[in-house]
Write a protein that binds this ligand. Structure first.
Ligand SMILES: N[C@@H](CCC(=O)N[C@@H](CS)C(=O)NCC(=O)O)C(=O)O
Length: 205
């Protein structure tokens, strides 16, 4: 059975949500952050050398990177392609890949800078303005893409929503969603889903 190594307070809850949404049977191993450093415990490095979460194990496969994990889970378990376009629709599939990669590849960096500046209680003459401008660029872009749709690629949930929802939730935690009512509504909609509630119940330990 597939095992998900889940570190509390972070992106892997969105992988738990994905597993619940797709209806996969899985084992969940929960880890806690060091309360001072907020880093993962050393034991996660026994699973994968980076010691980060999410990581899944499935047979001999040990896989890190939330986007790759989403692709693997959907490839293996979403046999009816409910969560991603097929290769028959190549432009649709490519657009899906773009949004799947976008969250981690582009949106996360400015959010991380903001998180670290906030945590450090300092401002920085370069990093502050850079992260402000990048945040606006990306959150305006996500807002335009979402438009009046329910989900990032239209009216049905796709693999791309898990990573984007994580970014939106992180922005909310940082108090940055004030000017983005439709992203607030998107977050509210997704975290109200039964599968998300099941994920939270299962992951609390
Ligand atoms: N790009 C990776 C990032 C993984 C990552 O940085 N995970 C964080 C949790 S949200 C972590 O494990 N941090 C603990 C640490 O670095 O000690 C992904 O998409 O999975």
């Amino acid at each position: 059975m597939l095992t998900l190594h889940h570190l509390r307070i972070g992106r892997s809850i969105f992988t738990v949500w994905l597993l619940e949404e797709v209806g996969v049977q899985y084992d969940l191993k929960v880890y806690h952050r060091d309360p001072k450093t907020m880093r993962a415990p050393e034991e996660l490095k026994q699973i994968h050398p980076l010691g980060k979460s999410p990581v899944i194990e499935d047979g001999d496969l040990v896989l890190s990177e939330s986007g790759a994990i989403t692709s693997y889970i959907l490839q293996k378990f979403d046999t009816q392609n409910k969560f991603s376009p097929t290769h028959d629709d190549l432009p649709g599939w490519a657009r899906y890949q773009q949004w799947l990669a976008y969250a981690e590849a582009s949106v996360f960096a400015p959010l991380l800078i903001k998180l670290l500046l906030t945590r450090g209680g300092v401002d920085h003459p370069v990093l502050g303005p850079f992260s402000d401008a990048e945040f606006k660029l990306h959150f305006d872009h996500i807002t335009r893409q979402l438009g009046e749709s329910e989900f990032i690629l239209g009216e049905s949930i796709s693999g791309a929503d898990f990573g984007v929802t994580y970014m939106v939730s992180m922005a909310e935690r940082l108090g940055l969603l004030g000017g983005y009512p439709n992203l607030q509504a998107y977050l509210q909609r997704n975290t109200s889903r039964d599968a998300f509630k099941r994920a939270i119940e299962r992951a609390v330990e």
